[in-house]
Design a protein around this ligand. Sequence first.
Ligand code: KG4
Ligand code: ZN
Length: 325
Amino acid sequence: MKILGIETSCDETAAAVVEDGAKILSNQIASQVEIHARHGGIVPEVASRQHTLAIIPIIEQAMAEAKATWGDLGGIAVTIGPGLAGSLLVGVNVAKAIALAQGLPITGVNHLEGHLYANWLANNTIDFPVICLIVSGGHSDLVLMRGHGDYVLLGRTRDDAAGEAFDKAARILGLGYPGGPAIEQAARSGQASLQLPRAWLKGTSDFSFSGVKTALLRLVEGGRVSNKADAAASFQEAVIDVLVTKTVAATGEYRVKQILLAGGVASNELLRQSLVQSSPIPVLVPEPVLCTDNAAMIAACGYYRFRAGKVDGLDLDVIPSLRLA
Ligand code: KG4
Ligand code: ZN
């Protein structure tokens, strides 16, 4: 079964065709990163206008790359939230228009659930139950996944999400936007020599990253950061230390067989390596291009939704604050 996936929740306009929830036939992404970089962050109104310009060409490219006709498709999967309302609306309305015109079933996908399903795109055998760490620009969720579509939220961020913390730290250090890749790049030539605090929030699986960000800001304001690379390396290590330690601790509490890593921050090499090294059980990590926003992961998730009979009507709407559990 071939599914067309459509993703417009933030600043990437993406379309992909995926077969049987695993085989990527095409994966097209139009990034707006250069446009938003001028403002140092995403401007929602600009994002939705760019989606409107890019969505039809990107879908046409995805269909052409996959050599697929509408008749080859088994359905359309589209992100309905969480995300920016004006951005989500573009993808959802185009998906509904195609579904209506071509007589195809449609299913609305939770963007965070989509991130998890990037792990199904590498021909992995996933053995439930698993612990999932979803780290993106808006979320740091630790989730117990007991089966397809069956989630228990174990912990979440109480303030800044991991990706948001990377973005803010990069701004503090004047390293540019988006912050995650900028911090990772700068950290390559630095030493984690600065003492930065870790919020362990003992007894919970919750995270907090605003303290480490404020500590970095105070050091910069106090003129105590002479080497940006060292500061970036110290910040990266502090955030990853907490993410890895708390994820591994959760695997001890629940009898899980694997850890799934997902979300934009999962493209960070130190996080990937540290988690693999620290975990007593296998860790699955999608390749970096499938960690950041894309539509192949939405199509993969859509496949499992269709298989479970989760078909939506044409009254499908966006839910900007949608949660996983
Ligand atoms: O999942 P994603 O592409 O979009 C959202 O759903 O938010 O995640 C974007 C976030 C941004 O905050 C970005 O700075 C962060 O992921 N990110 C990284 C890296 N690449 C992207 N953070 C750390 N290291 C990276 N290499
Ligand atoms: Zn995302």
